[in-house]
Design a protein around this ligand. Structure first.
Ligand SMILES: Cc1cc2nc3c(=O)[nH]c(=O)nc-3n(C[C@H](O)[C@H](O)[C@H](O)COP(=O)(O)OP(=O)(O)OC[C@H]3O[C@@H](n4cnc5c(N)ncnc54)[C@H](O)[C@@H]3O)c2cc1C
Length: 457
């Protein structure tokens, strides 16, 4: 099977045709179709694909099951450029959030992608919450992230509608970004660099390299009428009848977000299988123009909580929204905002604690996103059971970089995650002559997964 670069936008893998010849891995007799296959075109997969395509001689295929890029978690979040206040010393989240924040500001400024360095306040209403703010202050100061406590006079003057009974901590480097604009730009850049996008191509099966096959083989199903694709314009999703098709690649990157454990389980043996957990977050819209703070307002973090609390964020048009709360759900498709009265009442209580003048009648269910979790674990480092990002070249599986649990601050960190993956492939251990492959030997010729990603859970 032959494939093209830069011409498959909007095409299923099976529709691609060869227009360019690659020249890399001169020591290899048989060449793979691509140097790198990246599974999943969310913010993280897009950033990785773009970064790897920048390597001389690389040819990257970005494989996405939907008919458009970035239609899952990457377009269902708060669009906050996080400062890196919560994730503890020595965590990947802290390292990549700090690098990613800077890279995001630079990238957006350079490329006129809509963003705003609007800052954020974390507010405390009692002594115990103030204790949490003290911890955040101490931690942020220790890693060089600017934060400062605001006096109550200053708080009243700058944000008269915000209640911060016990204190407020300001994080001036926090901001917001138009996540869609960010992803569209990265996608355009990837394709201009010569990368190939295979849309409407759900990965169903993966075969690791072995004695009879030097490369990774990846099968994708044709888009089926039965698969729900609510965000895909029908014109971009050709209905292709027939068998799964496959391509080969020298390395493979699992960046499948909520379905990343499924891809993991297609490749690794049973004892290394992962069970995904899903922490849904529902957002609430606000239809009145007042009160309308100019900065983001977060409650004090709760140790062990799956999220950062029902906060107030703004989008690029200045629209106020609240959320997300935390609700453990069983399915990655459970995306309808939860109309549960108890949860709604709890969210309103949270919001009223820092914005007492809110008109609760104007608060309504908006949308929901789901955090990909690896357990019922906390989002912040204080408290037990913190979940860090998992980004690794899998031992015994040469050329397989596995990304799991890429929850918040994944959007902020996306460009830094891409750099991390590049480093793992090209600079970690003994790099082989071939494109970013280490010299470890894969478990020979094993095939995992048969009937689609979800069945592999
Ligand atoms: C409620 C909520 C709020 C958040 N707020 C913020 C925030 O303010 N700031 C921040 O930095 N981060 C935030 N995050 C985290 C951030 O949204 C994610 O970390 C980031 O979007 C993850 O990007 P991704 O590319 O890894 O995953 P995704 O965007 O989920 O992309 C994965 C892609 O893989 C594709 N895929 C899956 N399976 C297959 C398959 N078998 N074959 C082909 N393609 C497949 C999917 O269709 C999808 O497009 C938030 C997350 C949530 C849930």
């Amino acid at each position: 099977m032959l494939f093209s670069r830069a011409t498959t936008k909007g095409c299923h893998l099976a529709n691609a045709s060869l227009v360019t010849t690659r020249s890399f891995s001169s020591t290899r007799i048989q060449k793979a179709d691509f140097t790198h296959a990246v599974i999943g075109a969310g913010a993280v997969g897009l950033a990785i694909a773009k970064r790897l395509q920048q390597v001389e001689g690389a040819s990257v295929v970005l494989i996405e099951k939907h008919g458009i890029v970035g239609s899952e978690t990457s377009s269902r979040n708060s669009e906050v450029i996080h400062a890196g206040l919560y994730y503890g010393h020595d965590s990947l989240k802290t390292k990549l959030c700090l690098q990613g924040k800077q890279m995001m500001y630079d990238y957006c400024s350079r490329n006129q992608i809509s963003h705003m360095n609007c800052g954020k306040w974390v507010v405390a209403q009692d002594d115990s919450q103030m204790g949490e703010l003290q911890k955040v202050h101490e931690f942020a100061s220790s890693i060089g992230v600017p934060v400062r406590f605001i006096s109550s006079e200053e708080a009243k003057r700058r944000e008269p509608d915000v209640r911060a009974q016990a204190g407020a901590l300001e994080s001036p480097s926090t901001g917001i970004v138009d996540s869609h604009g960010f992803m569209q730009f990265m996608h355009g850049e990837f394709e201009e660099l010569g990368g190939t996008t295979a849309l409407a191509s759900p990965v169903t099966r993966i075969q690791a390299p072995g004695p009879n096959n030097k490369d990774w083989r990846i099968w994708t199903a044709p888009p089926s009428a039965s698969e729900p694709q609510p965000f895909s314009p029908s014109a971009a999703v050709p209905e292709v009848e027939g068998e799964d098709t496959s391509i080969t690649a020298e390395t493979i990157v699992n960046s499948a977000g909520l379905y990343a454990c499924g891809i993991n389980n297609m490749i690794l043996p049973k004892e290394r299988h992962r069970t995904p957990f899903y922490a849904k977050g529902t957002y609430f819209s606000y239809s009145k123009s007042m009160p309308k703070p100019k900065t983001l307002i977060y409650p004090a973090p709760v140790p062990g909580h799956g999220g950062l609390g029902t906060h107030l964020t703004l989008d690029m048009s200045g629209r106020v929204r609240f959320g997300p709360d935390v609700e453990w759900v069983d399915s990655p498709n459970d995306l309808a905002p939860s109309p549960n009265n108890k949860r709604f009442a709890a969210a309103l209580e949270d919001i009223k604690s820092y914005l007492p003048g809110i008109d609760t009648e104007a608060v309504a269910l908006d949308y929901a996103g789901i955090r990909p979790k690896l357990g019922k674990l906390g989002a912040v480092a204080s408290g037990k059971g913190f979940q860090d990002f998992y980004i690794k070249m899998e031992k015994g599986y040469n050329g397989f970089v596995n990304l799991l649990g890429i929850e918040s601050p994944g959007l902020t960190s996306s460009l830094a995650i891409a750099e991390e993956v590049y480093e793992i492939l090209y600079k970690g251990g003994k790099a082989s002559k071939s494109m970013g492959r280490q010299e470890e030997i894969s478990e020979p010729g094993k095939e995992f997964g048969t009937g689609g990603v979800q069945e592999s859970f």
